[in-house]
Design a protein around this ligand. Structure first.
Ligand code: GLY
Length: 375
């Protein structure tokens, strides 16, 4: 027989139920909530994040870590970090001096995500601005949109006070473009498919011959940070695939592909062949794997295996039947645990990390031994 509750008991039990409900909400959120005490602040980036200084005395990861641990917003710190790389004329895969498209024009892509604000901004195929990551940040801060492209992105940047230049080529990037043009002679390839294949092959042969740094062929810096209070943010910026068809946009400015951030879980971003990553939206996939409990390394490896499984076209396979391109993920979870995983890695394949112990270049964990340039 059910016992009737008095009003007082009813109110008490209601309050208890409400308390339980609130508590169960807290419990439901608990697996992905990390208390600030357990956070290890960290910045992780592609290897160029601890290589280029643009004539200064700090690398990207050093600057970003210094700023965010001094109380600056995590995303603003990361963008200030990648700006060193964007402005460095000797980094031919990002920003100023990035290798140009097939017409000899430098077109840049970038995106950024702010974990706690749950906002993002991106630009694609923007010309004439050396620092596309800052423009992506302005899209996030000053518009209701996520992605601006081409002339519209440039007009927006002009209106926001960015300097617009006629040409972002350096002597190095222009010379390399002329060498590529010399190698392809389009009049021999009237079939557009063959011409595109020849264009890619000519580019890869320039990497094999050491004329282009293999990291610069697809370019890109990705940089993610977990701040002292557990805020997670990320940014990716690139000049994209060298000698691309004008207007081609890769994975870098596409949310879920070149970058994904979830403030309750972590961040992932990429460098390498954008088309392969876009097909699987791998940065989103990596973050979702971590949400299900995977470590940063296992989550990144799962994405690489997915990409390998999706690579079925003969032209994209090497003599071992494996993907004939590079693809790397830089992964951080909410605790500040990190991993850099890559389809291939050689001795010189590194990723950058900065913690309270300083900046380091650490070996990437490969899915397969060797280099994507191996025949
Ligand atoms: N991951 C850079 C690009 O494919 O454009």
């Amino acid at each position: 027989m059910s016992k009737k509750l008095s009003r007082r008991e009813f109110v008490k039990s209601g309050a208890a139920a409400a308390g339980l409900a609130a508590a169960s909400q807290t419990v439901a959120a608990a697996p992905t909530m990390i208390t600030p005490q357990s956070v290890k602040p960290v910045v992780i980036a592609s290897g160029n994040g601890n290589r280029y200084k643009n004539g200064g005395d700090e690398t990207c990861v050093e600057r970003a870590f210094r700023m965010m641990t001094s109380g600056k917003d995590v995303l603003e710190s990361l963008i200030a970090g990648v700006e060193i790389v964007e402005l460095d004329p000797t980094e031919a895969g990002v920003g100023y001096g990035g290798l140009p498209n097939a017409d000899g024009v430098v077109q840049l892509d970038s995106c950024c995500m702010h974990g706690p604000k749950k906002r993002a901004g991106c630009v694609a195929a923007i010309e004439g601005v050396r620092t596309p990551a800052a423009v992506a940040h302005a899209v996030m801060e000053h518009t209701d949109h996520h992605l601006l492209v081409g002339d519209g992105a440039q007009s927006f940047a002009r209106n926001m006070g960015f300097t617009i230049e006629d040409d972002l080529n350096t002597e190095h990037s222009r010379e390399r473009w002329l060498e590529w043009k010399r190698r392809i002679d389009p009049s021999h390839y009237l079939d557009p498919k063959k011409r595109a294949e020849a264009g890619l092959e000519a580019g890869i042969s320039m990497v094999r011959e050491g004329l282009i740094d293999e990291d610069h062929f697809w370019g890109t810096i990705n940089c993610n940070g977990v701040g002292p209070n557990g805020d997670v943010c990320g940014v990716t910026t690139t000049s994209g695939l060298s000698w691309k068809i004008p207007g081609r946009v890769g994975d870098s400015p596409i949310l879920g592909a070149g970058l994904y951030v979830d403030n309750e879980v972590g961040a992932a971003g990429s460098t390498g062949r954008g088309e392969a990553n876009l097909y699987g939206l791998c940065s989103f996939f990596v973050v979702e794997e971590m949400r299900r409990g995977a470590s940063p390394k296992d989550a990144g490896m799962a994405a690489l295996k997915r990409v390998q499984a999706n690579t079925v076209e003969k032209r994209l396979l090497n003599s071992r039947g494996l993907p004939s391109f590079g693809l790397t993920f830089y992964v951080a979870n909410k605790n500040g645990d990190v991993a850099g995983v890559s389809m291939y890695a050689t001795e010189r394949s590194k990723y950058a990390v900065c913690t309270e112990n300083g900046a380091e270049s650490l070996p990437l964990e490969p899915l397969f031994e060797g280099s994507w340039t191996d025949e």
